[in-house]
Design a protein around this ligand. Structure first.
Ligand SMILES: Cc1ncc(COP(=O)(O)O)c(C=O)c1O
Length: 371
């Protein structure tokens, strides 16, 4: 079904077209070509990190980061129970065990107060995920990582440009991973990037990304690598998208402001969190529906919005309850995650959403509320 108002759609303009055509005409259609380095340099400098290693998607960026940090079987990696599955998948690709942590009730990301109880001798890293555009509590997370000598891989797939205490997310951990999938804040079709300030790690990731091939000695392999490269075509799109990133973020914040102002007094609707230390980029503006206060359930509201051609998404399912992951969370309950997952909705948040459409969605949510 094609919705009149989708959750998200990319804004691809003339410059994107011009760059992609230039890349095609140049013949550099695979993973060599000038747009790749340009995109890596410009994106890493936009975030404020020294080195960028572009990849074919965000999931392999996570796997590349974990591999470069030499995480493997016998190791444990702490991940939020509430996030997209590829975070746990990337940990499992290395042979390590994902260890889940509950969400914070006030801002939905991983709860730093619950981290220490999950740390064991085997713990090597924490992956805080800046969920739906909202930053994690980085001071608390980094302090625990430092106290226990753990790596931090920030998952910024949903939070390009978001800030924690006036510093962009992606600048705190050892490595930051981004996704440029079609619904992300900027897109390269499929695509991802690892950012780091550590030159050795950057070099290691470049080698691992390119089959493990020695950079100076072609066809010589010291390690087993992967083909995780981004193509020049993808990067051509990315360079043009990056020109508009601040405009996109401004637009998303404007949409959030409209939703906030119209929905703030609707009983049973909990707005997207706003912490004093956070500058959210609202990748997907999200609300929680409390059945009792709102009068109908989250799923009923989603159905009614769909009948009115408005697309919404339910929150991710809790990772610890799904078949591939539940064996890593035996006897674990994560009440906050479970509550968020059963009550959360992502509303239309596209950079192409007009103010009129945003009002329309909010008005429908007000209309379906049963007093
Ligand atoms: C938090 C998070 N991490 C990682 C990814 C994986 O990115 P990709 O879809 O580019 O593989 C996503 C995905 O969309 C995500 O939301």
């Amino acid at each position: 079904m094609r919705y009149k108002i989708p959750v998200s759609e990319p804004d691809i303009g003339e410059n994107e077209l011009k760059n992609v055509i230039a890349a095609v005409k140049s013949g550099w259609v695979s993973s060599k070509g000038p747009f790749i380095e340009e995109f890596e340099k410009k994106f890493s400098s936009y975030i404020g990190v020294k080195y960028g290693i572009a990849t074919s998607n965000g999931t392999v960026a996570l796997h590349l980061a974990l591999t470069a940090l030499e995480i493997g079987h016998k190791d444990e990696v702490i991940v939020p129970a509430l996030t997209f599955a590829s975070v746990a998948n990337a940990v499992l690709y290395t042979g390590a065990k994902p260890v889940f942590v509950d969400s914070h009730p006030n801002y939905w990301c991983i709860n730093p107060n619950k981290l220490e109880e999950k740390i064991t001798k085997k713990t090597k890293a924490i992956i805080p995920v800046h969920l739906y555009g909202n930053p994690c509590n980085m001071n608390s997370t980094m302090k625990i990582a430092k106290d226990y000598n753990l790596y931090v891989i920030e998952d910024c797939a949903e939070a390009h440009g978001a800030e924690y205490k006036d510093r962009k997310v992606g600048t705190f951990g050892n490595i930051a991973c981004f996704s440029f999938y079609g619904n992300k804040i900027i897109t390269t079709g499929e695509g991802g990037m690892c950012l780091t300030n550590d030159e050795d790690l950057a070099q290691k990731m470049r080698v691992l990304r390119d089959h493990g091939m020695d950079i100076k000695r072609r066809y010589w392999h010291e390690v087993i690598g992967f083909n995780y490269r981004m193509t020049n075509l993808q990067a051509a799109l990315g360079v043009a998208q990056l020109e508009k990133i601040d405009k996109f973020i401004e637009r998303k914040r404007k949409i959030a402001k409209i939703y906030d102002s119209l929905l703030k007094n609707v009983q049973g609707v909990v707005l997207h969190p706003k912490m004093s230390w956070a500058k959210n980029v609202y990748w997907l503006y999200s609300i929680l529906i409390d059945n009792e206060g709102y009068g109908i359930s989250r799923d009923e509201l989603m159905n009614k919005l769909a009948e009115n051609c408005v697309e919404t998404r339910r929150f991710f399912y809790p990772l610890h309850l799904m078949p591939p992951y539940k064996r890593y969370a035996v006897n674990c309950r994560f009440p906050i995650t479970e509550k968020l997952c059963s009550s959360g909705i992502n509303l239309p948040s596209s950079v192409k959403l007009t103010e009129k459409e945003t009002y329309e969605v909010a008005q429908l949510i007000i209309h379906f509320h049963r007093k």
